[in-house]
Design a protein around this ligand. Sequence first.
Ligand SMILES: Cc1cc2nc3c(=O)[nH]c(=O)nc-3n(C[C@H](O)[C@H](O)[C@H](O)COP(=O)(O)OP(=O)(O)OC[C@H]3O[C@@H](n4cnc5c(N)ncnc54)[C@H](O)[C@@H]3O)c2cc1C
Length: 384
Amino acid sequence: MTDTGFDTGLTDEERQFRDSVRAFAERRIVPNATRWDMEERYPRELFTEVGALGWLGAGFPEEVGGSGGGAVIGAILNAELTRGSAAIALGLYVHSMLACAAIHHLGNPAQRARLLPEALAGRRIGCWGYAEAGAGADISRVATRARREGSRYVLNGAKLYITNSTFADFMIIVTCTDPARGLKGMSLFIVERDMPGVGVGAPFAKLGMGASEMTEITLSDVRLPAENLLGPEHIGFIAALKVLSLGRIASAATAVGLGRAALEEALRYATNRMQGEKPITGHQFVRFTLANMATRLEAAWRMTLHAARLADAGGDYDCAAAMAKLFATETCTRVCERALHLCGAQGYMRESAAQRFYRDCKVLEIGEGTSEIQRETIFRHLGQ
Ligand SMILES: Cc1cc2nc3c(=O)[nH]c(=O)nc-3n(C[C@H](O)[C@H](O)[C@H](O)COP(=O)(O)OP(=O)(O)OC[C@H]3O[C@@H](n4cnc5c(N)ncnc54)[C@H](O)[C@@H]3O)c2cc1C
């Protein structure tokens, strides 16, 4: 297939990077993706494998074990890994682009030096905990409390739906340190898994993203030294939003990668599937459906790259990231639904990739801020 979309606007260096990640995904992830999905277990060894290739460190400086690059490289990485398996990409992305990114953007030099080299090599895994029973789409509802006691903080609360939590060594926990201050009374902490009072529940059964693992995390009188506070006290909400804005670009790229995989699957089926004397691409409906899928994915990729280039240039990318995330994830859902439709009954079978893409896509509209939250962000930028 002509490689529309993923070639758009890439430099030679970025294209080479894309080709390397694509080759890895096709060799290491694609052949195992269906099995991992059915086993509902994350292949932990991928963290060290991807870490050894330097890709967990994409977007991080060399002095903390990173391999440089920025949001564009991160977007390419996510899109290509997701073409192999969205669940695998999700686990890697939560670790590096949320947990490690929070330490990188908000942490002090000692915290970065202590955690990032091991984490970016894939030897220590992180998770990102902000969602709670009462705080989902609206991050300002976080109720997990962190109370200062002398030189320590004491954490109490519970985090829900936390990806990688079954095996994470450290957790970035969003808390409320001063309810009277509202949004400004929130703070982030680094919590080590083996600290007394940290509880990890049983893995949840999910519709999609089968290979990724998530649980509830409970925090009962978890006593943290003050050096585990990430960034200044009481700037949590703004800080968390900054990390999430970068996550939105990665999430948009994930959606493009998943949509791309679904398009390729549908195209493969439609060109090979004979009905009577001709393949089903002989029908205009089928050709037009595939053309629409490719066109929307192209637009989604351009929006994603635009947001990523703005972020890399140090510009204000908040609105562009929200637009890219909104458009790419809704496009992905539509594309995966059409792909399953075009693949017919064969696509509906449990071992087919088309049904996996269809189950995996929906969460991209929910995580990293639902579509409604993206629309609220975009509206705020309209300047009315
Ligand atoms: C596979 C998966 C992995 C996840 N991984 C993580 C993770 O690693 N870390 C983590 O912290 N969380 C994680 N989550 C949780 C995720 O962050 C939340 O699902 C997300 O924030 C949405 O919250 P909610 O599910 O409680 O939806 P709700 O807040 O209950 O929202 C339900 C619906 O109401 C709408 N809605 C709610 N509030 C508003 C509003 N103010 N305006 C307009 N519409 C609104 C929403 O858009 C949505 O459509 C994960 C979830 C899933 C499914």
